[in-house]
Design a protein around this ligand. Sequence first.
Ligand SMILES: Nc1ncnc2c1ncn2[C@@H]1O[C@H](COP(=O)(O)OP(=O)(O)OP(=O)(O)O)[C@@H](O)[C@H]1O
Length: 295
Amino acid sequence: MIEVENLRKEYGGFTAVEGSSFSVPEGEVFGVVGPNGAGKTTTLKMLAGLVEPTSGTARVAGFDAEDPEMRKHLGFLPEESPLYEDMTAVSYLEFFADLYDVPEEVARERIHDTLDRLDLQHRERKIGDMSKGMTRKVAIARSLVNDPDVLIYDEPASGLDPLTTNYIIEFTRDLAESGKTVVFSAHNLFHVESICDRVAVMNDGRIVARGSVETIREEHGRTEYRVYTTVEVAGAVKENGRYCRTVESMEAVEETRERAEAAGGEVADIQTETPSLEDIFLELAAESPDVEGRP
Ligand SMILES: Nc1ncnc2c1ncn2[C@@H]1O[C@H](COP(=O)(O)OP(=O)(O)OP(=O)(O)O)[C@@H](O)[C@H]1O
């Protein structure tokens, strides 16, 4: 549904995105994560046909991203979405549906159905009088007025309270379950882990890791084993009356057991510590090479 090949964007001598390639099959949720300035928004805008790539290609729903036909199949949610404050949510959405030539009856039903699913109360209230969470829901509803196949959401839940955030994240997951293809960017890695099929981790304009969260964890994260012993062994530290040696392989776990038994004790407990995406992300960000033109 989305094919990105060697996408690059330069602003003057500055490279915002470099050598970006990935594909997203139909019905998948794909997360783009990375720190501020990593190139997430630039990547998403190139997919949405709003920023012209310096080189490389992006194909969305079978069209070149810059082909105006592609827009009919796309719902884009920008990071900041200024809405028309004097309009009510419903009249604003009807106005957008009209721009997409959606027949009035179809639009009315679709809008109310979407606002129901988003649990938006007070939909006849002026947008200017709505809370931040409510206006974000209106912006999400706007991205769905044309019933698109592909959704590109830039930080859909950033800056919202935890309840609204969870609601929006779950809603995004449901959209993919109903067959839509979703690409979204996020800072909050917990959300990415909870709803994405696959992710691209970006840093300094480059994708530094890509795949399922599990694959990234296997390839880039180290599982640690905390081996608790009843006697002191080399490399262990004392913790609550026991000794704990932290190791990174099963061989080292066995070796710790042998050391404990040789000293007349035993292994009391073994705990496995799987790195979170956040831990891996920090490590990848620290390791990634500089991109030409980046300070
Ligand atoms: N129009 C532009 N002109 C010049 N530089 C730009 C432009 N747009 C983005 N950049 C630069 O490109 C880099 C990538 O920006 P981008 O907005 O894609 O990052 P991001 O990962 O989305 O960051 P954030 O999480 O802060 O939104 C940044 O250093 C930014 O300053």
